[in-house]
Design a binder for this molecule. Structure first.
Ligand code: HEC
Ligand code: HEC
Ligand code: HEC
Ligand code: HEC
Ligand code: HEC
Ligand code: HEC
Length: 260
């Protein structure tokens, strides 16, 4: 009884933080909006609509590590400072969107050019009525459901082989030896009644390799301690959980160790 009370209290304490985690936006993002990034450092200035980038489509095809380590995209909206020229030279979006690379039998359409065409609006799409090739509902129809975020259990989808995110691009990625993956660890909440967290290195390495977390997000030491406030604020686990990976609202997915 006491435990149930404490957990409810913790929930109440954090509910406010949880709902404001989307950066000032009051309502929760819809499943297809979760993980959407609007990029507008230069577009509007240059007379084009801002760029809309969706994680749900790209993360189904590639690992986080490939884009955020090998291709050098910042983990912050607008943080990379992508220029049209970079894309045209084969960097950033242009590493794939070059009108030549092929995936699943389809040529990946080209990013920026010198002359405006209707195709520019496939990326420069904010506020435009563009018919996209990929429809969220159709694309995700066969994937296992999750409760929050995109409404998809991405971890299960990868585990069951329904998606096979690519981790290497010829000519861009460097082949390296795999490091031994540490065993699952238990992170203690130090709060009576609040279940401890089970952290799986193996499951995370499938998406993020090692370099996406070490040394920037987490140092390499055992037994460090984090607070839920920091996580809701976008630090540590919250760097990904709350923006792209399932959000911190889903308490039980992390606080998974049974309480006896
Ligand atoms: C195809 C490339 C690609 C893949 C794959 C990808 N990302 Fe991203 N990610 C981006 C780009 C591009 C941005 C925006 C960078 C910018 O605006 O400068 C971004 C931004 C982010 C942000 C910041 C979002 C915000 O609103 O501030 C987070 C967090 C993030 N990614 C995490 C992930 C995680 C976790 C995965 C794997 C599940 C992943 N990304 C997979 C390209 C990718
Ligand atoms: C695959 C996605 C993609 C496509 C397609 C695309 N762009 Fe871009 N473009 C971007 C991104 C990302 C940026 C950076 C956005 C920002 O920060 O404002 C950008 C920025 C720009 C800029 C801003 C100024 C500069 O010099 O960087 C111009 C101009 C531009 N693109 C022109 C075009 C034109 C013209 C087309 C069509 C021929 C096009 N783009 C198609 C992704 C794309
Ligand atoms: C690692 C490779 C890769 C990178 C990097 C990448 N994309 Fe893509 N993107 C793809 C592939 C593959 C598709 C599916 C293309 C197809 O099947 O026609 C796609 C599709 C898209 C679509 C969907 C178009 C539609 O009609 O549904 C948009 C929009 C898009 N990308 C924007 C971007 C932007 C903006 C960037 C850079 C900020 C970017 N992508 C970076 C590989 C990539
Ligand atoms: C999603 C983020 C993330 C990724 C990806 C990740 N780690 Fe970690 N790692 C952590 C966290 C969190 C801890 C701290 C655990 C603790 O406090 O006990 C940690 C701790 C460690 C430790 C010290 C404690 C131990 O259990 O031995 C080592 C060594 C380590 N990681 C290596 C790796 C290697 C090698 C990879 C790639 C195969 C990797 N990590 C990928 C988050 C990550
Ligand atoms: C992405 C994983 C994740 C999710 C989701 C999550 N937590 Fe946590 N939680 C953690 C981690 C990691 C710690 C810190 C453990 C340590 O190192 O001390 C923690 C610590 C806590 C603590 C004890 C420390 C403190 O900050 O007071 C409480 C209470 C807590 N979480 C409640 C919640 C509640 C309530 C929710 C749902 C609204 C939630 N958590 C969702 C990962 C998560
Ligand atoms: C670099 C980004 C990143 C960081 C940092 C991160 N995660 Fe994750 N995590 C993911 C991705 C991607 C998935 C796959 C599921 C999804 O995207 O919803 C995932 C899945 C999980 C899962 C479900 C799979 C499983 O192991 O059962 C748990 C639980 C989890 N994370 C806990 C944590 C905790 C606790 C921390 C902090 C100590 C953390 N994560 C930090 C990206 C991250």
């Amino acid at each position: 009884m006491k435990r149930v009370f404490l957990v409810s209290l913790a929930l109440l304490m954090f509910a406010g933080a949880a709902f404001s985690q989307t950066g000032g936006v009051k309502r929760r993002p819809l499943p297809w909006e979760y993980g959407r990034v609007v990029i507008n450092n230069y577009s509007q200035e240059a007379g084009l609509p801002p760029v809309v980038f969706d994680h749900w489509l790209h993360r189904a095809k590639y690992t986080c590590r490939l884009c955020h380590v090998d291709l050098g995209f910042a983990m912050k909206a607008g943080g990379t400072g992508i220029k049209a020229e970079d894309n045209m030279q084969g960097y950033y979006c242009g590493a794939c969107h070059n009108g030549k690379s092929v995936l699943d039998g389809r040529i990946i359409f080209e990013a920026c050019g010198k002359v405006k065409t209707g195709d520019c609006l496939r990326c420069h799409s904010l506020g435009q009525q563009v018919k996209q090739d990929y429809d969220f509902q159709r694309f995700t129809a066969g994937l296992p459901r999750g409760r929050f975020g995109n409404g998809i259990d991405w971890e299960k989808a990868e585990l069951q082989g329904l998606i096979k995110p690519i981790d290497y691009i010829e000519g861009v990625s460097i082949k390296r030896g795999a490091l031994p993956i540490p065993k699952d660890t238990q992170l203690q909440t130090n709060m009576a009644g609040m279940p401890d967290i089970i952290f799986s290195h193996k499951k995370h390495a499938a998406w993020s390799g090692c370099e996406l977390c070490h040394p920037e997000i987490f140092g390499v030491k055992k037994g460090a301690s984090y607070s839920m406030d920091e996580i809701f604020g976008g630090k540590y686990c919250g760097t990904c959980h709350g923006l792209v990976a399932f959000p911190s609202l889903d308490c039980q997915r992390c606080h998974a160790k049974p309480v006896y």
